[in-house]
Design a protein around this ligand. Structure first.
Ligand code: FAD
Length: 311
């Protein structure tokens, strides 16, 4: 049976409700505004729907991808086969004393604004990172000296295997140290865990002071980064002892362009989509930058963004 037929037969209500769709353009779901069609695109509304979809995929050996806000992705022009599962419906945020709990689909901006309104500090660094809580925990996102690992208290995840997903207690509880956080890395990546929610431990400050710090960092972002053009943020991880932007700039690649994909002339660590860039063009720029930096400085630039689908 074709995947579409099998989905229609297994999840008729979710399809009728528009929570499962077919042939969805991924460029509408990522900050680069690049990417072909997702064969199947699901927005589960409950944890059980999410589990049912995962069980369906694992049982059928069907590839699946968990999509947060799509702000760290380069998606192939040929699209994604299998099932894309978006977390955008999981948006609950609650407070309990100095702790804030947020579900995976909560936008970092909304989490940070909530913390600010509650007079809880610690998340100011994350305000301008355009991702979801799930993506941020998965990536150990960070900026301006702060990282998710500094404020994360614990998380709930799913383990992607049938035994765990179909057990009576499918939720795995991870304490902070069990996330094995390091620079842009977490145990969620190692174990392909699916993030459900996290609790952040914050400390008291005034709303005004928190807002002031957020505004200051926001202003720095707008000053230094190409915020008005589609991108996926810093394309490369920071190599130890170097600044990526400077390495790229020193190779003379500021503004280097293939088609509509270009090294940003504002921040050389970013590649921007100047209009209708393809994933292929972005990849060509990435490879060219990597080769130039290696040839000039002997430094290997590893990509931070996740590159998905066939090249
Ligand atoms: C303009 C701009 C500025 C940026 N600045 C920064 C910055 O300062 N610091 C920084 O760290 N990053 C930055 N980024 C990159 C990006 O915002 C972060 O990596 C963010 O954490 C990604 O979150 P997301 O929800 O968009 O994840 P996505 O891009 O949707 O996914 C990223 C990865 O996380 C996985 N994932 C997402 N949700 C889940 C989940 N619930 N369970 C399991 N896996 C999941 C995906 O499968 C994928 O592998 C920037 C991006 C842009 C466009």
């Amino acid at each position: 049976m074709q995947l579409r037929d099998s989905i229609l037969a297994s999840f008729p209500h979710l399809c009728e409700a528009g929570q499962i769709r077919f042939g969805v353009p991924m460029k509408d779901y990522c900050s680069f505004k690049i990417g072909g069609l997702a064969e199947v695109f699901c927005v589960p509304q409950t944890q059980q729907h999410l589990i049912d979809l995962l069980v369906f995929c694992i049982n059928g050996n069907i590839p699946y991808f968990i999509l947060g806000k799509g702000s760290n992705l380069l998606i192939s022009d040929k699209g994604l086969s299998g099932v894309v599962i978006a977390t955008s419906a999981f948006t609950k945020i609650t407070r309990d004393e100095d702790y804030i709990s947020a579900f995976s689909g909560v936008l970092l901006k909304d989490l940070c604004d909530f913390a600010m309104e509650q007079g809880l500090s610690g998340l100011e660094f994350a305000h301008g990172i355009p991702g979801s809580v799930g993506g941020a925990v998965f990536m150990n996102a960070g900026a301006y000296g702060g990282e998710i690992k500094d404020v994360l208290y614990c998380s709930k995840c799913l383990v992607p295997n049938l035994e765990s997903l179909t057990s009576s207690s499918p939720v795995l509880h991870l304490k902070a140290e069990e996330h094995k956080f390091s620079y842009r890395h977490s145990a969620l990546q190692e174990r392909s865990l699916i993030h459900l929610s996290s609790v952040f431990h914050l400390h008291h400050d005034t709303t005004d002071a928190i807002k002031q710090r957020m505004d200051m960092l926001e202003a720095q972002r707008w000053e230094k980064q190409p915020m008005n053009l589609p991108s996926a943020g810093s394309v490369f991880k920071r190599p130890e002892g170097y600044f990526t932007g400077k390495l790229v700039d020193d190779c003379g690649l500021r503004g280097f362009r293939i088609g509509d994909a270009a090294v940003s002339d504002k921040h050389c660590g970013f590649i921007v989509n100047l209009g209708s860039a393809s994933a292929k063009e972005v990849l060509q720029v990435i490879r060219y930058v990597q080769k130039s930096v290696f040839d000039h400085f002997g430094v290997c630039l590893e990509t931070e963004i996740r590159i998905l689908g066939e090249p």
